[in-house]
Design a protein around this ligand. Structure first.
Ligand SMILES: [Zn+2]
Ligand SMILES: [Zn+2]
Length: 256
């Protein structure tokens, strides 16, 4: 099992529950050595109380995490980060935020302030999605791509054009020496029939077949939205079993 998890939320985003201390205690009990806090970043002019930290509370989040890091420093290594969406007109802001934390992970949930990729997503949207993730990697904002197959929530099939989009993301990951996440929360959305095979919507088998062929480095992300999600360590084995035919390049240590 991994001794690190860099994908953890807090109540501040409006859709995660539990107290900060409960996440840390849960991680300690589950024998994690590194716990990265990656709350959904806030944007000026885009407050959405069910999706992300209110913009006005961004600095307070960092202060709270710094206090937790100090409080638990003898028990667990806490890293402070954000999960962000990349938008080209927000690159300066995102770089400023990166300078204040230890790391950031790209979780490209949205195309812009008006459209999320988890419904009504077409192949043109997926191309934009891929370009946004590639840009986030190429401009140095991140080395960690969360749920690269997130857009499958908004689609019924994984098309030939989507294969090209995934290849493009993989190439950007390789040239930036970055990592791709196998998202353990995704499996809770269950499986559907694709091309005659029951597959998780995400982490999606056909996507990870490409990831394996490309040889990208992969690791698990718990994407914890409740403290107890950090306890479900057997999910790693479940996904390893799901992807056992693929020769995935699992990492037991990562540098962000
Ligand atoms: Zn979330
Ligand atoms: Zn997340």
């Amino acid at each position: 099992m991994q001794n690190f998890n860099y994908h953890t939320h807090t109540y501040r985003c409006g859709h995660a529950t539990g107290k900060d201390d409960e996440y840390i205690q849960s991680a300690i009990d589950a024998e994690f050595e590194v716990l990265g806090m990656s709350e959904h970043i806030g944007f000026d002019g885009w407050d959405d109380e069910k999706e992300r930290i209110p913009f006005a509370e961004m600095d307070k989040y960092i202060e709270d995490m710094q206090a937790l890091r100090e409080k638990y420093k003898d028990q667990i290594d806490i890293k402070i980060g954000f999960e962000f969406e990349y938008f080209d007109d927000k690159e300066d802001y995102l770089k400023e935020m990166l300078s204040k934390v230890d790391y950031m992970i790209v979780g490209q949930h949205a195309k812009n302030f008006d459209m999320y990729y988890d419904h009504g997503c077409n192949d043109d949207d997926v191309d934009i999605y891929a370009n946004q993730i590639c840009a986030a990697l190429d401009c140095g904002l991140t080395k960690y791509v969360a749920h690269l197959d997130y857009f499958m929530l908004g689609k019924d099939e994984f098309s030939k054009r989507n294969e090209k989009a995934i290849e493009k993301i993989c190439d950007a990951v390789l040239r930036n020496d970055a990592y791709l996440e196998i998202n353990l929360k995704g499996a809770t959305y269950g499986k559907k029939l694709y091309n005659g095979i029951q597959q998780y919507i995400y982490p999606h088998y056909d996507v990870f077949r490409i990831v394996a062929q490309k040889g990208c480095k992969v690791m698990f992300g718990y994407d914890a939205h409740k403290p107890e999600m950090l306890q479900v360590r057997e999910k790693e084995e479940l996904l390893k079993e799901e992807f056992k035919d693929l020769n995935l390049n699992y990492q037991d240590k990562i540098e962000l």
